[in-house]
Design a protein around this ligand. Structure first.
Ligand SMILES: NC(=O)c1ccc[n+]([C@@H]2O[C@H](COP(=O)([O-])OP(=O)(O)OC[C@H]3O[C@@H](n4cnc5c(N)ncnc54)[C@H](O)[C@@H]3O)[C@@H](O)[C@H]2O)c1
Length: 440
């Protein structure tokens, strides 16, 4: 047995701060309220429906994760949102067209009561959207102070004992880290000088970390993934995690690619394309925002397949990712993958995948799990980048010295072993000689 880590009891209300109240957020909000009212089981949520094996297989201990890990109770979650449009969550959910009316109407009272606060926004970063529900202030610093004020009032009104912030706003245009992002001083000077290389999501992230609130980035843009904010997280001992929720085509990719690699099957090419017609699709129709997404989606295969280690199998692989904005589909995305593979004696084969998916349905339980697990990290005193939460991200944040782990099955092992470690249980190594006779 490991030594048990001291974890504070998750008592009191957990405030969840959410910049962006579009498809993903409204699907999460409607779902969590429906689950609280016992209308649906929490499908897709590892923290709510997942079991964890403890000890040897012959001990047959497989409790629910939520029965052995001290996680916040769903009834203790209270949310606060920001958006550039003033629509309440019911109107925004109708607009997003992810859930049917018969699923929204039973929780209409709850959704109608959720009204977003004015956003920190800059259209240079999301070219396709313009909204009037935005904060007016001279500099980023002024807007950061306004966010602090919002958060303070929310915490007081709802008697909140702890908070978590999770970015569910639009994908911002691609940005390379520059001088202003290199350390906390430069970043704070940049906030006061209204530096144009600071994006709105960075202002939210900074505000969270400065107030010792864990921050999760669900989009592919940098946000807290810059040296200044990682330093701030390390200094304040506050957990951060990101980037880009792993849903849809990339989720499937990180299931299939490790399987092909484990059987040493070669890949000549992997072509992924999809059509979607929601607001996220519209935002990604802008080349700047698409570039952030493309970088996130392309990195996955290289990291899993390791073409430098396996040049004969993956050294010449052609990987192409397309996202096509097609309004008639709304949120009912359709993705196609064509994978050209080869095996024994070089014979070629093909795999075709046609995924009729709903991204927000896949993202909502990820949001719930991330909120509960980053709160757990905070309660256990784990600060800085939370690499063990890679399971939930397309482009996981890691320490600068290591490459990200993308293989879904390694990610789940890492996550569950971290949970075992936190509660003082043995780590599970799946060692081959454990259950066989060993004559030596
Ligand atoms: N849908 C998924 O499954 C999925 C998967 C991975 C990542 N993501 C990412 O999650 C984010 C949200 O996705 P979605 O489908 O809900 O998109 P959406 O377009 O439906 O909602 C995003 C909302 O954010 C608002 N917004 C934009 N800038 C803002 C700002 N600065 N402050 C506050 N609000 C702001 C927009 O007005 C919009 O209502 C996107 O970045 C998307 O790329 C989504």
């Amino acid at each position: 047995m490991n030594q048990k880590i001291k974890i504070k009891e998750p008592k009191g209300r957990l405030g969840v701060l959410i910049p962006g109240m579009g498809a993903v957020t409204t699907t999460f909000l409607a779902g969590i309220e429906s689950i609280r009212r016992r209308m649906y089981p929490p499908y897709g949520s590892l923290t709510q429906m997942g079991h964890i094996r403890l000890g040897r297989r012959d001990e047959k201990r497989q409790p629910l994760i939520k029965d052995v890990i001290p996680l916040a109770d769903l009834n203790d979650i209270v949310c606060c949102t920001w958006d550039i449009f003033p629509d309440n969550a019911y109107e925004a959910a109708k607009n997003a067209r992810v859930l049917a009316n018969e699923q929204l109407d039973p929780v209409k009272d709850f959704l109608t009561s959720m009204k977003p606060l004015e956003a920190v926004f800059d259209q240079r970063y999301v070219k396709k959207l313009s909204g009037s529900h935005v904060k007016q202030g001279k500099t980023w610093w002024d807007k950061h102070l306004m966010l602090e004020d919002d958060i303070g009032k929310f915490a007081d009104t709802h008697s909140i004992s702890r908070m978590v912030m999770i970015w569910c706003g639009s994908t911002e245009a691609y940005l390379e880290p520059s001088e202003v992002h290199q350390n906390i001083d430069a970043f704070e000077r940049g906030l006061k000088a209204n530096n144009e290389s600071i994006s709105p999501s960075m202002v939210y992230a900074y505000t969270a970390l400065k107030n010792k609130i864990p921050f999760i980035n669900g989009a592919p843009h940098l946000s807290c993934d810059i040296p200044a904010l990682v330093q701030l997280a390390d200094q304040t001992g506050v957990p951060v995690a990101g980037k880009d929720y792993k849903t849809g085509q990339t989720l499937i990719k990180t299931m299939i690619a490790p399987g092909l690699k484990s059987r040493l099957l070669g890949i000549d090419g992997w072509f992924s394309t999809n059509i979607l017609g929601n607001r996220d699709g519209e935002v990604l129709d802008d080349p700047g925002s698409f570039k952030s997404k493309e970088v996130s989606k392309l990195s996955v295969l290289d990291n899993i397949l390791q073409p430098d280690v396996y040049p004969e199998l993956y050294g010449n692989m052609y990987h192409k990712v397309r996202i096509n904005y097609y309004p008639p589909r709304g949120d009912e995305k359709e993705g196609w993958d064509n994978i050209d593979i080869f095996g024994w004696m070089g014979r070629k084969m093909q795999i075709k995948i046609n995924f009729l998916c709903r991204d927000s349905i896949l993202a909502a339980p990820v949001i719930l799990d991330l909120i509960l697990l980053i709160d757990l990290a905070q309660q256990a005193g784990m600060g800085g980048i939370q690499e063990w939460l890679s399971f939930y991200f397309k482009f996981p944040m890691t320490a600068r010295s290591v490459y990200p782990e993308h293989d879904l099955f390694i990610q789940i092992t890492k996550l569950k072993n971290t949970l075992r470690y936190l509660i003082g249980e043995d780590l599970i190594t799946h060692l081959g000689i454990e259950y066989c006779n060993y004559y030596n």
